[in-house]
Each structure stands twice: as structure tokens, then as C-alpha cells.
Design a protein around this ligand. Structure first.
Ligand SMILES: [Zn+2]
Length: 211
């Protein structure tokens, strides 16, 4: 019964479940319906359910393999359980299950330090400097660029939109999306729209040299 319910519910998000081998969408759906006691036993049962092959049929095997290879290549290979042990529930939902914080609620939405570094809230890798941040008015922290190589892009076709997802290159943690050509007066006219929850600011870390 639960399997059928999940399968119907997960349908619009199916692509997402394919991209991440640990099937976090299933875990999220589980935790939202049984938030008080998401036991590892039921989590395993969901992983065993044949949702991934079912949705995999909609996509080419090449694509599937490519995405999995990408996901598996992150240097920080912590398991879902290991992430749960170090992240709070909201961090886990956003970083590991590709969630989104509500617009205008994030700690760093209107945070404009003159120096410092925004690190990955999961693995602590430096992602953005204070110099990259700009006022977008979109409701989430916005950066026009990242520290070179710190952020990896993936095509994200969920919710019927073609977007570019950005993740931490070191741990694969979901940061947000990047949008191009919106007309912002920045050096790149790119907007890295990042969840505050995915970040941890440090003013002590050595920022990029400022002009
Ligand atoms: Zn990370």
C-alpha cells in the first residue's frame, strides 16, 4: 500500500530520484509522511522498491550512467546515515535531498559582509567569497561567481523546468540553481541562487585578495 502511494506521489520527481543513487526523494517523502519516526528499516524498504528502474525507463541508459558517475565522483563520499549524523534536519533536507528554503527566510539572504568566505555547510569546502555576493532581490543569497572549481553544475529537469542545479564539488551537497543572462550588472550576469542553509559563513577564512 505504501509502495503504491509513494510511486504515485513521487512521479513528478522521478528524475530526481534517478540522479542520486541513494534515492533521497523517497526518503524525503517518507520523512514528510512519517516525520516523527523515519526508521532505517522502512527507509531500506523504500530503497528496495523498484521505483528507480521504473522511472529509469523514461531516460536513456547513457544519461543515467553519466549522472550516476558524476554523483559518485565527489571526493567526500559520506553515506546518507553519516550525513544525517552531522547535519540538522533542515540541512539534510536541502543539501542531501535537494530541498529549497522559503524565499526571504535565509540567514544570508540580506547578508553583505565586506570580507569572508561562504563554506559548504556539509563539508566545509570554501564555495563563495564575500566579493561574489550581490543584491539580487530574489529572496535567496546570490553570487555572480564561485571560487574556481568549488561548484559543479548539473542539468535539472524537475518540475517541468530546465534549470541548472549547482552542487558542492567536494561533497555533492545541493546548493541551489544558477541562472544566466538576467541583466544583472555584475561581471558575469550569472546568479548563483543558493540556499542559506547550504552555507556557513566564516569571516576569518582568507578571502580572495580585494582590489
Ligand atoms: Zn560540500
Amino acid at each position: 500500500m505504501r509502495y503504491r502511494l509513494l510511486r504515485n506521489t513521487i512521479s513528478p520527481l522521478g528524475y530526481r530520484s534517478i540522479r542520486v543513487p541513494a534515492s533521497p526523494s523517497a526518503s524525503r517523502l517518507l520523512s514528510s509522511s512519517t516525520r516523527k519516526s523515519p526508521t532505517s528499516k522502512s527507509s531500506k524498504a523504500l530503497k528496495a522498491a523498484p521505483t528507480i528502474p521504473f522511472f529509469g525507463a523514461f531516460f536513456s541508459s547513457n544519461r543515467n550512467t553519466e549522472e550516476k558517475t558524476t554523483v559518485m565522483s565527489y571526493p567526500d563520499q559520506r553515506s546518507e546515515d553519516q550525513w544525517r549524523a552531522v547535519l540538522n534536519p533542515e540541512q539534510f533536507r536541502i543539501l542531501r535531498e535537494k530541498g529549497t528554503e522559503r524565499a526571504g527566510t535565509g540567514e544570508y539572504d540580506t547578508h553583505y559582509p565586506t570580507k569572508g568566505v561562504y563554506n559548504c555547510a556539509g563539508c566545509d569546502a570554501p564555495l563563495y567569497t564575500a566579493d561574489h555576493k550581490f543584491k539580487s532581490g530574489c529572496g535567496w543569497p546570490a553570487y555572480f561567481d564561485s571560487i574556481p572549481g568549488a561548484v559543479t553544475r548539473h542539468v535539472d529537469n524537475t518540475f517541468g523546468m530546465k534549470r541548472t542545479e549547482i552542487v558542492c564539488t567536494n561533497c555533492g551537497g545541493h546548493l541551489g540553481h544558477v541562472f544566466e543572462g538576467e541583466g544583472y550588472k555584475t561581471p558575469t550576469d550569472e546568479r548563483h541562487c543558493v540556499n542559506s542553509v547550504s552555507l556557513r559563513f566564516s569571516e576569518d577564512a582568507a578571502p580572495k585578495a580585494k582590489a
